[in-house]
Design a protein. Sequence first.
Lengths: 148, 182
Amino acid sequence: MKRSILLLAVLMIAVPSSAAVSIGSAWVREPNPARDLTAAFMTLKNHGTSVVSLVRVSSPFAEVVEMHETRTAEGMTSMRKVDGIAVPAASAVKLEPGGLHLMLIGLKQKLGAGSRIVLHLEFDDGTAAKIEAEVRSAGGDHHHHHAH
Amino acid sequence: MRTSGIFLLALLALSCSRPIEHEKLMEIPEFELVDHSGRTFRSASLRGEPALLFFGYTHCPDACPMMLSTVARAYREAGADARRIPTLFVSVDPRDTPPVLARYVSYFSAIPARGLTGTKEQIDAVVKMFGAQYIIHDTGSAAGPVVDHTLRLYLLDRDGDVAALFDPQSRPAEIAKAMKRL
């Protein structure tokens, strides 16, 4: 009996009930009405002791959600689909304009500034998260001004 | 002494009567494209007024909206008078037909924008004039092909030549200042 209680205690420690990665500051750029796609941004924070990757994202508001990265070098911008977004142990990865982002493709409804959408994020440690992200006007981008 | 004083006065008068000289970064020959209403656009029609120009495409979900956001802020900084300066959004994507461009640019109410397209030959000629580049890739995205392209904001002077270059990280106040100077 004692032994099984001990085993249960060990199991409870080994299988954390909450995900290692927490999600903050999520927002979606208000889509241009001429296109049924847009980008979502957020901060992924890994509280654990090993690397965790975001491997799949879906949303009831879009046909497909892909992970993309915008890169700009020597005045040329390029965008590529990525298979996952690794968040190193005890670190944070920012998804922000001009860098990593989630691309929402095939939007199912009009998304005006102030509305909220749901995103399902799945990680390679088996955990998942359901988050809400606010749609913000494209004219009010919260991007940072880098010093030249 | 007196002669030099007169000379200085003359110099002062001369500098006041002429517009402030600025450096031309690039001289741009005249070009033709098709505007978002489907009509021929001639760069010569802009002569006498400055303009902003950049290359992009409407399926671009990140870099182009960032640029447009910076441009919108620059117009707000520059004030109502700057609305005489049009922004030319030149699409390098053949999917962007005039009606698509018309809807796309109308979304940015803060920007007096004109969407421009054309035949591949016309677009390639303009891209080359501005020392820009674009490459269309199929990356397997559900959004279709992605386009790598030059992400620079060109400020054209009254002759249609490039007077200044900016990017999405440029400070809107700095762009506004340059717009008002021309």
